[in-house]
Design a protein around this ligand. Structure first.
Ligand SMILES: C[S@@+](CC[C@H](N)C(=O)[O-])C[C@H]1O[C@@H](n2cnc3c(N)ncnc32)[C@H](O)[C@@H]1O
Length: 279
């Protein structure tokens, strides 16, 4: 089969499966499994493709037509300009979370901070990005679940940074002895209400529910951070938290009584995405 024939065949299969992004997905899969980007595909469209490569791509297209996220099939996804290993068992890093990293980076640089905790670390997208941008800062990343911790360790290995530590623990029930206090706690915790989980897109439900679900009102993890982690924050420390659409005032309310100042960060669609609390 030629490059052109194979590409057109895959494009049609993805389109017929009802995939709205079929062209983007086809381009990504083609580049990953066949090694031909758009330019190479157009200029060398008559090249033959081996049976083995055809089969690998065809299996990948099957997985995609059955609703597996593209990122899991590719096995990696870009966040803050770097590739992170991803797969079944870990949340795929979202572009909106980059806002949290950029704000954390500003706070660290302005105040020359030395110690950051990333709670509910998943792939390590937040913690590893902060550590990469701030080599003088030590970043501790905390993750409970085996599936996610596997990818966290894999990404820690791939980044090869000296200033990171990955710890497997439940952030709601954690013994912090031996850890230094943090200047900044960052977290993108689970924040979806239990009743809303079943309303999520089918594809999002391929991601672990333990990365998404946060009790009846979606605030369980913010309350846990307030009750368990503020004693591990230095005086005048900062907590920077991602939140869901419309959740920022409830998140701030979880910290009632300890707040010196707070701020909410909105994305381009005016959706509240992050809350900063100085305690
Ligand atoms: C919304 S995901 C965020 C992952 C990553 N920080 C990111 O932004 O891509 C939440 C993460 O919290 C982890 N998690 C859930 N409950 C936890 C707990 N009790 N202790 C530690 N981690 C937990 C999940 O496994 C998941 O990796």
């Amino acid at each position: 089969m030629t490059v052109n024939q194979l590409y057109n065949d895959c494009l049609l299969r993805l389109k017929n499966s009802g995939n709205d992004d079929y062209r983007f997905d086809c381009d990504c899969l083609f580049e990953h499994f066949i090694g031909f980007d758009k330019v190479k595909r157009i200029t060398k469209g008559e090249f033959p493709v081996s049976d083995k490569a055809c089969k690998e791509l065809s299996d990948a297209v099957d997985r995609r037509t059955q609703g597996e996220p593209l990122q899991y099939i590719l096995g990696k996804w870009s966040f803050m300009g770097c590739d992170f290993f991803v797969g079944s068992g870990v949340l795929i890093p979202r572009p909106e979370t980059e806002m949290l990293v950029l704000r954390a980076d500003e706070i660290i640089r302005e105040n020359k901070l030395s110690t950051v905790f990333d709670l509910c670390a998943g792939t390590g997208a937040i913690g590893l990005s902060i550590a990469r941008l701030n080599p003088d800062c030590r970043v501790y990343m905390f993750e409970k679940y085996d599936g996610a911790f596997y990818y966290l360790q894999k990404n820690v290995g791939a980044f090869g940074l000296e200033n990171v530590t990955a710890l497997k623990c439940d952030i709601t029930d954690f013994n912090a002895s031996g850890l230094p206090k943090a200047d900044l706690i960052v977290s993108n915790p689970p924040y979806i209400k239990k009743s809303e989980i079943k309303l999520l897109q089918k594809e999002v439900l391929r991601e672990p529910v333990t990365a998404l679900s946060a009790g009846e009102d979606g605030l369980d993890f913010y309350r846990a951070i307030r009750s368990k982690w503020l004693s591990l924050l230095k005086d005048n420390g900062t907590v920077l938290l991602e939140c869901g659409d419309g959740q920022s005032s409830d998140v701030i309310a979880c910290f009632d009584g300890v707040i010196k100042s707070s701020a909410v960060y909105y994305d381009f669609n005016n959706i509240d995405r992050a809350v900063e609390i100085n305690v």
